[in-house]
Design a protein around this ligand. Structure first.
Ligand code: GRF
Length: 216
């Protein structure tokens, strides 16, 4: 079977894109990135793609009359590259219901919180304000429900007593770079099924538990 053909959508730094690029560099990895598209020409992640020899495209959302028109153009771009799966990696645009429906079960995102806690933006600051002791990140299918689609994998990290949003974000980001390639691998291997909104990973077992924080 051929590799899963992946399109990655970014708006900025692209460190998660880099984690996916690095994973795909392994010849045994079951997915390949065939297109990186950004709504911003100055997204640093575009350089990461170029360095890896991956085709890039910029679609400036300001050049489109509506969200729907932008999203349709994006779908055409992805179809032109025969993309099987779309990975959002710091793509800072809300997607129209039409786009989400067109890519149903073929559209995933990484979010910097343990969903369903802290949907939306500013997750690290809000986690600190809420006083949680454990925070983390999630890879999930994208549905019409913002940050609410079925969860593929999550990683938990401790919140430390002297954390600020920056230090917490850095700890979560390391975990993001671990779990996004994992989710992509499982999808590429055809191990993912959805049963009543819950994801099952064939061959998956539970992580050691519980994670307790703090430890005294
Ligand atoms: C990450 O924190 C990701 O979880 C969120 O946006 C950020 C993107 O960072 N969706 P990068 O562009 O991948 O470095």
């Amino acid at each position: 079977m051929g590799k899963l053909r992946v399109g990655v959508l970014i708006s900025g730094r692209g460190s998660n894109l880099q984690a996916l690029i690095d994973a795909c560099a392994d010849t045994g990895f079951p997915a390949e990135i065939v297109l990186v598209a950004s709504n911003r020409a100055d997204a640093a992640g575009l350089d990461r793609a170029r360095r890896a020899g991956i085709p890039t495209r910029v679609l400036d959302h300001k050049a489109f009359p509506s969200r729907e028109a932008f999203d349709e153009a994006m779908t055409l771009l992805l179809r032109d590259s025969a993309v099987d799966l779309v990975c959002l990696a710091g793509f800072m645009r809300l997607l129209s219901p039409g786009f989400v429906a067109a890519w149903d079960r073929r559209l995933i995102n990484i979010h910097p919180s343990l969903l369903p806690s802290f949907k939306g933006l500013d997750t690290h600051r809000r986690a600190l304000e809420a006083g949680v002791a454990i925070h983390g990140c999630s890879v999930h299918f994208v549905t019409a429900d913002l940050d609410g689609g079925p969860i593929l994998v999550q990683a938990a990290v401790p919140v430390l007593a002297d954390d600020d949003a920056g230090s917490l974000a850095a700890r979560v980001l390391e975990a993001e770079h671990r779990i996004y390639p994992l989710a992509l691998r499982w999808l590429g291997e055809g191990r993912v099924t959805l049963v009543d909104n819950r994801v099952r990973i064939a061959g998956g077992t539970a992580a050691p538990y519980p994670l307790i924080n703090p430890v005294v």
